[in-house]
Design a protein around this ligand. Structure first.
Ligand code: BEZ
Length: 211
């Protein structure tokens, strides 16, 4: 059964390159990104993991832990990390889950046999402090993900969890937001002291409230 937005992220215990983890306990009180890779020693995955390692401080700033998964065992992950560090000029600084029995992959429906036989596709799950799934993405093996986009979505998720706003197309942190339709004009006047512009009754724009 596919995991849907708002579902509780399935909990599991797994071996990783940083020891055995119990997923919910590992997440703790913050946010998490779980992302899967088709296999170790593959070119696109190598660039993805190097990119995420370089972005670690951006995830940490947002109180987000990151964890990757592929179906290979820990000893293969460890050898591959050596290659990633060498070729991507970085140090992998987050755990990789080993999933040779496909337990976590099955739990998260990461194997799409009609796309890629018995290997995980490029899934992304953003999980909130309440352990609920806030975002899912699925990319094919041939397309490396844009991790700046994942950070951008996390900025939106964290903002909209706190304020009665939504974020428009291509929004980035610091730009104007949209007052959610459920808020009346009267309530919006008190919630958004910087004011709001009514472009249409259903389209009201306000400066980002926490800036
Ligand atoms: C890659 O990561 O480069 C890759 C993995 C599986 C199929 C195709 C590409």
């Amino acid at each position: 059964m596919a995991i849907r937005l708002g579902d509780e992220a399935p909990d599991f215990t797994a071996e990783t390159t940083e020891g055995t983890i119990s997923f919910h306990e590992w997440i703790g009180d913050g946010w998490a990104v779980l992302f899967s890779h088709p296999a170790d020693f593959t070119p696109v995955c190598t660039t993805e993991l190097g990119t995420v390692a370089k972005l670690k401080s951006e995830f940490e700033k947002r109180n987000v832990k990151i964890i990757a998964l592929s179906v290979d065992p820990v000893d293969a992950h460890d050898r591959w990390i050596g290659d990633i560090n060498e070729t991507q000029n970085t140090t992998v600084n987050f755990p990789l889950i080993a999933d040779p029995e496909r337990k976590v992959s099955d739990l998260y429906d990461m194997i799409h046999p009609n796309a890629l036989d018995n290997l995980t596709v490029r899934s992304v799950f953003v999980i909130g402090p309440d352990k609920k799934v806030k975002l899912t993405l699925t990319y094919p093996a041939s397309t490396g993900r844009n991790f700046d986009e994942i950070l951008r979505v996390i900025d939106s998720l964290q903002l909209t969890a706190e304020y009665s706003v939504a974020t428009p197309a291509n929004w980035t942190d610091g730009e104007d937001c949209i007052v959610v339709p459920a808020v009346s004009d009267e309530d919006a006047r008190s919630k958004f002291p910087k004011g709001f512009e009514t472009v249409k009754p259903y389209l009201r724009v306000t400066p980002q409230p926490n800036r």
